[in-house]
Design a protein around this ligand. Structure first.
Ligand code: ATP
Ligand code: MG
Ligand code: FE
Length: 354
């Protein structure tokens, strides 16, 4: 089926068009620049930006795909989780579109959509790391972004996704953004920490690895915590400043990044091992981190785990991944969502479709 997917859960207005597993268009408008001066995503600004970007982004996706609106067989939209006001803009637009062209509407789970991104193939589309063939199931999926740090067990994309664990405080991307801020680096911090860390020594400072001590692993084996790490970095930096010493920014960035990467992969690979699932899929904006991809490749190989990382353009929030999941629901014969549903900002990952 030819499916148009709309994503507005955070600061990206994404409209993607797929034919089954073939990617035809992935148009994205981001309001990131408007949030930069506040050092974080401001929900009202994001919602307003989605409203302004929606029609032009739909038009661009159709033009890129070379299809007309009446050729679309089904519309998919992110129903949650995400920012309530932002989600509502996408859901309203999708409902209006589905009614106008008289096509079924599928409201889907954003996190499961990140996994759906891996199914897509298309011209010039190459995975960032790992294999090119079909995604085999079950797989463990580690989704890391500014809003989420979640470890999933995916047995079936349209009917069986389990949440193994998630962050109990800050998301990994959020930790990058907060530590960047205290090092005086611009927002969003991830890319800047990555750049600065390349010049630093990752072993210079041993920052804490949250929830990885044996007693924590017993209780929170698949959960994450990054707020203690952030506080530890802050204390370390404050001490240097108080002592009148210069802060070795590159070493701090490299050591912090190493700690985040270590925790993420320790937990993800523990899940692969415990559950006997020799596959790990990465998704979310933090996958742009060079060190995360590098260490993931090394450690997955050592553990005999197949690592899959979709192209980075499909790892950050986008409409194509939502269209991809929608296409799978259509192919599996699932009933559409109707038009009476509302966006659900806290939609659990087990609810694949609204
Ligand atoms: P959601 O959680 O709803 O998916 P989001 O907009 O926060 O929303 P993304 O756009 O996927 O998620 O990711 C943005 C996050 O990724 C930011 O926190 C940013 O700092 C982080 N990030 C981007 N590039 C890097 C990088 N190279 N290293 C580490 N973090 C990065
Ligand atoms: Mg974003
Ligand atoms: Fe996301």
């Amino acid at each position: 089926p030819l499916v148009l997917g709309i994503e507005t859960s955070c600061d990206e207005t994404g409209v993607g068009i797929v034919r089954g597993r073939t990617l035809l268009a992935n148009a994205i408008a981001s309001s990131m620049d408007e949030h930069a001066r506040f050092g974080g995503v401001i929900p009202e600004i994001a919602a307003r930006a989605h409203l302004e970007a929606m029609n032009p982004t739909i038009a661009r996706a159709l033009a890129d795909a070379g299809v007309t609106i009446d050729e679309i067989d089904a519309v998919a939209v992110t129903g949650g989780p995400g920012l309530a006001g932002a989600l509502m803009v996408g859901v309203s637009a999708a409902k209006a579109l589905a009614v106008a062209i008289d096509r079924p509407l599928y409201a889907v789970n954003h996190l499961v959509g990140h996994v759906g991104a891996d199914l897509l193939h298309g011209e010039g589309l190459r995975p960032a790391v790992g294999s090119v063939g079909e995604l085999e199931l079950p797989t463990i999926a580690l989704l890391v972004s500014g809003g989420h740090t979640s470890l999933l067990l995916v047995r079936d994309l349209v009917s069986d996704v389990e949440l193994l664990g998630e962050t109990i405080d800050d998301a990994a991307g959020e930790a990058f953004d907060k530590v960047a801020r205290l090092l005086g680096l611009p927002y969003p911090g991830g890319p800047h920490i990555d750049r600065v860390a390349a010049e630093g020594d990752p072993a210079a400072i041993r920052f804490p690895r949250g929830l990885t001590l044996p007693k924590d692993m017993a209780k929170h084996r698949y959960d994450f915590s990054f707020s203690g790490l952030k506080t530890s970095v802050a204390r370390w930096v404050e001490k240097r400043i108080a002592a009148g010493e210069e802060v070795p920014v590159a070493d701090v960035a490299a050591s912090f990044r190493e700690a985040v990467v270590d925790v993420l992969l320790t937990k993800a690979l523990a899940a692969c091992q415990d559950l006997g699932v020799p596959r790990l899929l990465l998704g979310g904006g933090v996958v742009a981190n060079a060190r995360l991809r590098e260490v993931a490749a090394e450690r997955a190989k050592a553990a005999g785990v197949e690592l899959r990382v979709p192209p980075l353009s499909l790892c950050t929030d986008n409409g194509a991944m939502i269209a991809s999941l929608g296409a799978q629901l259509v192919a599996a014969g699932h009933a559409p969502s109707g038009i009476d549903f509302g966006a659900d900002s806290t939609l659990p990952v087990t609810d694949i479709q609204l």
